[in-house]
Design a binder for this molecule. Sequence first.
Ligand SMILES: Nc1ncnc2c1ncn2[C@@H]1O[C@H](COP(=O)(O)OP(=O)(O)O)[C@@H](O)[C@H]1O
Ligand SMILES: [Mg+2]
Length: 227
Amino acid sequence: MDVESEGSSALRLIKQGAEARIYAADFLGRPTIVKERFKKKFRHNVLDDKLRHKRTMQEVRSMHRCRKAGIATPTVFFIDSNDYKIYMEEVQNSITVRDYINSLKEDKESNLRKLAKIIGTILASMHNIQVIHGDLTTSNMLLKKTNDIEIADLVLIDFGLSSISSLAEDKGVDLYVLERAFLSTHPNTEDAFKVILDTYKTFKGSSEALKKLDEVRLRGRKRTMVG
Ligand SMILES: Nc1ncnc2c1ncn2[C@@H]1O[C@H](COP(=O)(O)OP(=O)(O)O)[C@@H](O)[C@H]1O
Ligand SMILES: [Mg+2]
């Protein structure tokens, strides 16, 4: 089926990333985001196809797994497997958590704490169902604009590097990726990040994952000292 003529209006490019183009569209009357993993010319053809296929499938699979567990992710409407396009629900009236944090002024501390608790709770539920996000940053979390933010307002996106794993090591690395991204993107937020980890403790396997986080930090530090 030719989706563009069947169900969807023209695609309007809104973002061009290193791996994917993001378009806005209208799919069967619904506001839609289309994420296209385009061909990378410098990659070997077969490898390129494999990677685009794998990441597209991982993204869809993990979004679905999270949704089933009550973690907000965009609904997938359609997958175009010929050119690796995912048609998904557009999270309307949302901004990235990155932009949200950067916009905070009054009550910055208390809003940050509230947000940190939400992030910690969601990461705990995500790791509880063995989903490793693989690219946790504040740009890969959307926040619906409301006056008083709550759990359901935080939507996780960008699962292309995700995997399913029950290993504490993988969960520790996931947290480490977020820690590095969070603290470098948002200076002086160490306290808020501690709140994320404290809230994360609600999940059963959290102590092993946090122990691994400590080990990974140490490895990271050693590497920096040597290099
Ligand atoms: N479902 C969506 N609803 C609204 N905005 C989205 C959605 N998916 C992606 N975006 C926007 O596009 C940006 C890039 O999407 P993302 O999936 O993170 O791709 P990339 O791999 O290029 O980082 C996001 O940071 C967000 O601003
Ligand atoms: Mg992203």
